[in-house]
Design a binder for this molecule. Sequence first.
Ligand code: COA
Length: 415
Amino acid sequence: MGKALDGVRILDFTHVQSGPTCTQLLAWFGADVIKVERAGAGDVTREQLRDVPDADSLYFTMLNHNKRSITLDTKSAAGKEVLERLIKRCDVLVENFAPGALDRMGFTWQRIQSLNPKMIVASVKGFGPGPYEECKVYENVAQCAGGAASTTGFDDGPPLVTGAQIGDSGTGLHLALGIVAALYQRNTTGRGQRVLAAMQDGVLNLCRVKLRDQQRLERTGVMKEYPQYPDGKFGEAVPRAANASGGGQPGSILKCKGWETDPNAYLYFICQAPVWKEICKVIGKEHWVSDPDYSTPNARLPRLKQVFEAIEQWTMTKTKLEAMAILNEHDIPCGPILSMKELAYEPSLRATGTIVEVDHPKRGKYLTVGNPIKLSDSVTEVKRSPLLGEHTEEVLGELGYGAQDIAALRSGKVI
Ligand code: COA
């Protein structure tokens, strides 16, 4: 079966997490992704958080499937020549170096364009143009600078970062979409273009509902679905909303049977207005259906604490999965808090290829998250990540280098 991005060649100059997330997705859609790594060292994540001695870490393997790896010293004259040939041959260059690194290497946008006017140059940077554009940025910096940390956590505690890598992987996703759009536009213009996804922008995009709430707060001084209402005070900026729902239907995380010993014995419960009658029936509060203090969404807003306390009295009598099964019968939206262990062994995720077992020559079998985006005509096969420089000779051969040239590059430590 063909793949959506068959024939697209990606010069993958990415490292760590954000850029590799993007190019892994493109590889899963069928692009030929050639990862260029520093000779003798490689992507720094190959050796970060290692759990098997001398084998590439899970950090690396789980972000670099389906790619080819070549080593190259792109600061040497001979290395720059190889890079020039790659630029001429590829459709997209993806990079997430610190600001200015590509220019310092001698590959400015103008120079890349002169080598290949059709090339798309896609970059992840920490910040877009402005006061911080020169800064190096990692995941949690982006979460803090993009509005996620100030709006995550409990009102009486410090800002919190989330485990979801919205700064790195989130921005990688944004960049991948930009690249596919630029490839599409190139079909009509014949030209390449630059694609920029700044991590602050990506996080802010994912925090869109909080900018919504900022403006609501400025207009009305209060947000009735936040836990600060009605007893607490609102300040000038959107406060941390604990586990309140981000949408128009109130929600909360409630204890389930076993919560005293199991840190994940909880359920997210959404108090959706259209199923209020069913909620009352399930928790044994039928009188709330006609009680004017509880019968409408607006009447419930100042009483959400009491409402969720009552629902929790019921959820605490069931395990999270028992509660979910009962609530689903009544069409009441809810979600169990699933641990990574539960997700790793969930058969339905294995069946769809969202959790995949991969074999690696040095580390053996490991689990990874497969392609979360499913295309019916471009089915993803997850292949192991490449060893450092595994495809150097193969790719150099495709670029026209013969065996002697390759030997010379190797003895000069260029590859
Ligand atoms: N051959 C020779 N030199 C190479 C090379 C190669 N194959 N690949 C990279 N280099 C050089 C770069 O040119 C750069 O040199 P310079 O500083 O002299 O210009 C150097 O290696 C280091 O690159 P840099 O990107 O600055 O790495 P770093 O480890 O100092 O910083 C980050 C890491 C992630 C902080 C930084 O790359 C960054 O801010 N990136 C953008 C935002 C981002 O993606 N952050 C999230 C990462 S998950």
